[in-house]
Design a protein around this ligand. Sequence first.
Ligand code: HEM
Length: 126
Amino acid sequence: MSEEKIITLAELKEHTKKDNLYLLIHGKVYSLAKFIDEHPGGDEVLLAETGKDATEAFEDVGHSDEAREILQSLYIGDFEKGAELPKPEKLKGAAGPAAAQAASSISYFLPLTALAVYFAWRFYSS
Ligand code: HEM
């Protein structure tokens, strides 16, 4: 009864199609292929949670006890320990890309200004 299969991050990311879909919820992996067409919340929300930790999405909906029983029946194994998946909200911090963009526009702006000043000087001094 307790044959625990360990599902790796790579395996989780390989099962993202409707007919072959894994979801990671509370450190456990569930195969949704047989249930996806019956899901009252539709298939799109499930497909959107593949390849990452779907715990928050699942809990935010406030699923019933019945939903949790169905969940148990879809269990296929535990997620590999130590493989930390980024939580969706931690990716939202926009400081990184925005700061990089600002830096690169300064590096273009300075030489261009210098060039413009040089040509203006040439123009007025001739
Ligand atoms: C193995 C995972 C899941 C199972 C077994 C499951 C099962 C169910 C069940 C039985 C319901 C009917 C209401 C209830 O009993 O709570 C439901 C509703 C719903 N589920 Fe899931 N669900 C799963 C994952 C998800 C995920 C990851 C999302 C992502 C957002 C989601 C979104 C919803 C929504 C929005 C509803 C409400 C539909 C409505 O009332 O219009 N579910 N789900």
